[in-house]
Design a protein around this ligand. Structure first.
Ligand code: HEM
Length: 388
């Protein structure tokens, strides 16, 4: 087997590395599809769709213990259900599923649309707007806080925690850990204040505090872990999906015009934005028994990262993989993961993206990048010029 090239040993999927990550994926898939990076204590990475698919479907070899998050996500306890292996995983996941069925998500539709319309109207009134901070993030925080039963007045706190935990964690792990503790303390107090729960409450906290697993209620620690994970999983993923889709549309006036004229085409187009821009670029596993992938020997104890963002652009799986084909059919992408940990709320994530894009395009006149030369940032601000 050839040595790992320097691009592999230095491979990262966080922070500034995101600016050029799609070029990196192309090079790695060609030169070293299963490679080893020295970062975060060392990890293997899989960039081909077929390898990611196989590993995600083999939890007996690729465990989520101690965590599927690399580096750690500002917490010292395993997160439910992402860091839980079979057989316990299924019971936790069963608790969540009724919250995110297509029917349950459809009930949120009108409220989501009202929120998107209100935020888009504020953007439309401006000549230049940061649509990340003024549209994508408040949209996602508002929808999720209502669903979860998190007090609306606490939303500025959520934004700060997301900044510290999601945006700053590779550059400043201590800041992420400190924010993680604050989040845990916050949910600890919130859960205690809800006690055995207000009768008649109809939100996620009520659902979790009254749910049963094998005939028993969840413990306080389990509830805390669930809340923290949902906070992480529910907030910046959809914000990323919305922001990055607007980033694409800002540079492609014809695509913008087409979806403005044909809003019914947005659901199919949204799948293509999810495929090419992958709001969750990668998730980790730990190998628990020696194995081999594409001739590389992976040992028990090694960390292995499934790079969904790279698999989503694998030419072996998609024609013209780097192109956004607005009406691409049979788009079975990896943006929500695959296997037993596939996103439990994919119905909500994709619906929120569709509603946000439809309302934004219906309300905001033609928009473009203020600096077309600026690279793609998965994270951070997205400043757009509004109107011609
Ligand atoms: C466009 C938005 C979203 C994307 C792209 C996304 C993507 C993902 C991915 C890639 C995984 C991990 C799959 C794996 O490692 O195998 C995941 C897991 C998960 N996501 Fe999402 N997600 C989104 C929105 C949400 C939202 C809004 C929520 C909750 C309100 C949520 C809740 C979860 C949960 C609970 C899991 C863990 C499932 C398990 O371990 O069984 N996600 N998501």
């Amino acid at each position: 087997m050839p040595e790992h090239p320097a691009s592999a040993r230095d491979f990262d999927f966080h922070g500034p590395a995101l600016d050029t990550v799609f070029d990196t994926y192309r090079d790695l898939r060609e030169q070293c599809p299963v490679g080893r990076s020295d970062r975060y204590g060392g990890f293997w990475f899989l960039t081909r769709a077929q390898d990611i698919f196989a590993a995600a479907h083999d939890p007996q070899t690729f465990s989520v213990t101690p965590s599927m998050l690399l580096p750690a996500f500002g917490t010292e306890v395993p997160l439910i259900p992402v860091d839980i292996d079979p057989p316990d995983h299924a019971g936790y996941r069963r608790i969540l599923m009724p919250l995110f069925t297509p029917k349950a998500v459809a009930r949120l539709d009108e409220d989501m649309r009202r929120t998107a319309r209100r935020l888009a109207a504020e953007v439309a009134a401006r000549e230049v707007a940061d649509v990340s901070y003024e549209f994508a993030r408040p949209m996602s925080t508002t929808v999720f806080s209502r669903l979860a039963g998190f007090p609306e007045q606490d939303r500025p706190l959520f934004d700060r925690w997301i900044d510290d935990i999601v945006y700053a964690r590779s550059a400043d792990p201590q800041r992420a850990l400190a924010a993680g503790r604050e989040v845990m303390d916050y949910f600890d107090a919130l859960l205690r204040s809800r006690g055995d729960d207000a009768p008649g409450a109809d939100d996620l906290i009520h659902h979790l505090t009254t749910a049963e697993i094998d005939g028993r209620r969840l413990t306080h620690d389990e509830l805390l872990s669930f809340c923290y994970l949902l906070f992480l999983a529910g907030l910046d993923t959809t914000a990323w999906a919305i922001r990055s889709s607007l980033w694409y549309l800002a540079q492609h006036p014809r695509a913008q015009a087409r979806l403005r004229e044909h809003p019914d085409e947005t659901p199919v187009a949204a799948e293509e934005f999810l495929r090419t821009l992958s709001p969750v670029q990668a998730m980790a596993r730990t190998c628990v028994r020696d194995t081999e992938i594409a001739g590389r020997k992976i040992k028990a104890g090694d960390r292995v990262v499934l790079v969904f963002g790279a698999g989503n652009r694998d030419p072996a799986a998609y024609d013209d993989p780097d192109e956004v084909v607005l009406d691409r059919r049979d788009n079975r992408h990896l943006a929500f993961g695959v296997g037993i940990h596939r996103c439990a709320a994919s119905n909500l994530g994709r619906r929120e993206l569709v509603v946000a894009l439809q309302e934004f395009l219906a309300t905001v006149p033609d928009f473009s990048r203020t600096d077309p030369a600026e690279p793609w940032h998965g994270l951070g601000p997205l400043t757009l010029r509004i109107g011609r």
